[in-house]
Design a protein around this ligand. Structure first.
Ligand code: RFL
Ligand code: PHB
Length: 400
């Protein structure tokens, strides 16, 4: 619901949530299930947030959580459950079956669809969301009456006074910076390559995702539905998108994914979206300062090779919702444990995403290439290697 602001300039709620992306919207949903009221503020329009093409893979615990909270209807009808992934390098393609290895699986269901389901569910419940706000600022984080101020699209100044603030505003929002530098620590790894991603109106040429190592660079064949495929190729940082015509992208994908090998062919189709995505790892600690709690990309970024970003955001808020419910009701034990508990999973996913990225992207160094191929052969031929990848990719249980 988009509230109309006429005279109101102060809103009282239990939890003020900054950011209406997956972290913020799942949190508002879980809080409502706990009987806790929240208000969400978001700089973009509802349509813009729902149309951002980002993640495509949901791990088992994300699907379990969405289903358990009444958000699994369209996911079950339209999502595709996958038993595992293919890993390949020139001349060899191997299937890793996560179900056989760990009893857990993954689902192809785009972030755009998750976001639409969340918006519909929160609309139906009467959730108050202020879209298209400007000048978001956080105040009085060390008090038990913190607040968020912003300017509404009509120009009014609004203050949301709450018991706690959830900073779910992604990597560019103001929440992370509201933790004083004197207590904030961060870690960062920049990678010397980017992904060029395309979305194409063509049926997938594979039943499950293909992660391909190739001397020319990494390639990934993913998908969104029976008629829409998603592809990525490794490119140097700062590659101008104009340097890659659609023909050049398809040619690189054909080579790197092994078109023509063992009778496999890559089908092509009209490209509907294209972008170059830089990659980085980033972790900020602590994820709590006073009455401010960070969740999702506001606290951490992973490179997309492990398909973890969205799943990690959901895992954070699965911990945060009961912690905030307890805090609002006067019991601070879970809130006090939130940062340490969340960071354990964050670092596990940070390691896994770094490891997948390092194993699959070529650096041009022949020694690195041999190590990568040796690692890939081991993962694909050893139960221990395969199970380690499967356990991390399909996702450790919430609360790990
Ligand atoms: P989001 O989705 O970035 O949502 C944060 C929201 O906060 C809003 N915001 C503000 N609101 C109010 N006031 C302010 N001052 C604000 N500043 C920002 C933003 O408009 C936004 O709506 O973070 P959240 O909820 O933590 O969710 C995390 C996931 O979106 C993210 O981890 C993944 O999408 C990461 N990611 C990918 N993950 C994958 O697993 N696979 C992928 O293929 C994949 N592709 C991507 C991605 C992230 C990308 N970004 C961030 C540039 C591709 C891209 C381009
Ligand atoms: C995607 O479909 O966008 C996708 C899938 C798997 C990844 C990254 C992105 O590891």
């Amino acid at each position: 619901m988009t509230a109309t602001l006429t005279t109101m300039d102060e809103v009282r709620t239990q939890v003020a949530i900054i950011g209406a992306g997956p972290a913020g919207m799942v949190l508002s949903h879980l809080l409502a299930a706990e009987g806790i009221e929240s208000v969400v503020v978001e700089t973009r329009t509802e349509a813009y947030v729902a149309s951002r093409i980002r993640a495509g893979i949901l791990e088992q615990s994300t699907v379990d959580l969405l289903r358990a909270n009444g958000l699994g209807g369209r996911l079950d009808a339209e999502g595709h459950q996958h038993r595992g992934i293919y890993l390949q390098w020139p001349g060899e393609r191997h299937h890793l079956d996560f179900v056989d290895l760990t009893g857990r699986s993954v689902w192809v269901y785009g972030q755009t669809e998750v976001q639409k389901d969340l918006v519909a569910a929160r609309h139906a419940a009467g959730q108050q969301v202020f879209y298209e706000v400007a000048d978001t600022a956080l105040h009085d984080l060390s008090s038990d009456r913190p607040s968020v101020t912003f300017t509404s699209p009509s120009g009014s100044s609004v203050r949301v006074v709450a018991d706690a603030i959830a900073g779910c505003d992604g990597s560019f929002g103001p929440s992370r910076g509201a933790v004083p530098e004197s207590v904030r620590q961060s870690w960062e790894r920049l990678y010397p390559y980017s992904w060029l991603g395309i979305l194409a109106n063509v049926a997938p040429s594979t039943d499950e995702l293909i992660y391909a190592w190739h001397p020319d660079g990494f390639a990934l064949h993913s998908m969104r539905s029976d008629t829409v495929s998603r592809f990525y190729v490794q490119v140097p940082n700062d590659t101008p998108i104009g340097e890659w015509s659609d023909d050049r992208v398809w040619e690189a994908l054909a080579i790197r994914l092994g078109h023509g090998q063992d009778g496999w062919s890559l089908e092509t189709g009209p490209v509907t979206s294209r972008a170059v995505l830089p990659m980085r790892s980033f972790v900020a600690s602590p994820m709590r300062h006073g009455r401010l709690f960070l969740a999702g990309d506001a606290a951490h970024i992973v490179p997309p090779t492990g398909a973890k970003g969205l799943n990690l955001a959901v895992a954070d808020v699965a911990l945060l919702a009961p912690a905030l419910a307890g805090l609002v009701r006067g019991s601070s034990a879970l809130a006090d444990a939130y940062s340490d508990t969340a960071l354990r999973r964050v670092w596990r996913c940070t390691h896994f995403s770094w490891w997948m990225t390092s194993m699959l992207h070529t650096s041009g160094d022949p020694f690195d290439a041999e190590l990568q191929l040796s690692q890939l052969r081991w993962v694909c031929s050893s139960d221990a290697g395969a199970t380690g990848l499967a356990e991390n990719y399909a996702g450790l249980p919430i609360g790990f």
